[in-house]
Design a protein around this ligand. Structure first.
Ligand code: NAP
Length: 266
């Protein structure tokens, strides 16, 4: 199975809210679930998966290794703990959530540990998240581009990350767009609203279609069943070249995920 193009994000969702969101998503037909060690919701995601009755082989579950687990032999034990919380024997995708803050731990060290986790069967695929061009180069040098299933980065109409996208395309690296709806901000944009009206669609559907048509996987999150259902229908929407180009003009360098330990962005 390749990475399903439409996944369900779970950042910020905790306790009953994440259980409900994942349960609703699975009932509606989502099969790709994105969590992370730092989200503190792997056990709840696991519970919702177990209760759904969806066969394991239909699911695609991603988690991400937190920065504190990159060194000191902690990476593999941390993934074993994630698997125990999720109630799974193997992840479909294990990502490095963020490069080591300040590059304290060399990229090659934790990429090799992640590759070992895959070899041991903890994850079917491995990948990276929030890696800059330099860090992508280092990751490729360490384990090879064919070993890196995706780089999960912030991409939406207001932050299109074009240098990263261009480099990834050159290297044949797949990209996953996180915060694809700019945490809901796309809903207020008049250009996106206009295109949505022309298609009798929602701004969220238009934005997701714009990303999907560029070949990115997308992982929007929602606490509302009706939004989960309508976001799914983005896959049916086809935007014209002119509409694609109009959304491309909305770039404004608006980065939403920018913690103090973030790398030096391209
Ligand atoms: N790798 C990383 O470092 C990283 C960083 C950030 C995020 N992520 C991943 O990316 C996922 C998505 O990012 P995100 O959750 O921050 O933001 P997002 O998906 O861009 O936006 C979510 C927001 O949009 C709203 N929304 C969703 N569908 C909607 C619709 N159809 N109509 C109106 N509003 C809608 C949601 O509100 P309602 O709940 O009301 O629908 C929520 O407030 C995360 O959950 C996480 O899995 C990864």
């Amino acid at each position: 199975m390749s990475i399903p193009a439409l996944g369900l994000g779970t950042f910020r969702l905790k306790d009953q809210q994440v259980i409900d969101s994942v349960r609703n998503g699975l009932e509606l037909g989502y099969r790709h679930i994105d969590t992370a060690q730092i989200y503190g919701n792997e056990a709840e995601v696991g519970r919702a998966i177990a209760e759904s009755g969806v066969p394991r082989e239909e699911l695609f579950v991603t988690t991400k290794v937190w920065t504190e687990h990159l060194g000191g032999g902690r990476l593999i034990p941390s993934l074993e703990e994630s698997l125990a919380k999720l109630g799974l024997e193997r992840l479909d995708l294990a990502l490095i959530h963020w490069p080591s803050p300040g590059d304290t731990i060399p990229v090659a060290e934790y990429m090799n540990a992640l590759a070992e986790a895959r070899q041991r069967g903890l994850a079917q695929r491995i990948g990276i998240s929030n890696f800059t061009i330099r860090q992508m180069r280092e990751a490729i040098a360490a384990v090879g581009a064919q070993e890196i299933a995706t780089n999960q980065v912030e991409i939406h109409p207001f932050l299109q990350n074009r240098q990263v996208v261009e480099f990834a395309h050159e290297q044949g690296l797949h990209l996953t767009a996180y915060m694809p709806l700019a945490y809901g901000k796309v809903m207020q944009d008049p250009v996106i609203q206009g295109i949505a009206a022309a298609h009798s669609a929602t701004p969220a559907q238009v934005t997701l279609a714009w990303l999907l048509q560029q070949g990115f996987a997308v992982i929007p999150s929602s606490t509302r069943r009706e939004n989960l259902a309508s976001n799914q229908r983005a896959s049916d929407l086809v935007l014209s070249e002119a509409e694609m180009a109009a959304i491309a003009t909305l770039e404004r360098g608006e980065r939403l995920a920018n913690p103090d330990f973030a790398p030096q962005w391209d």
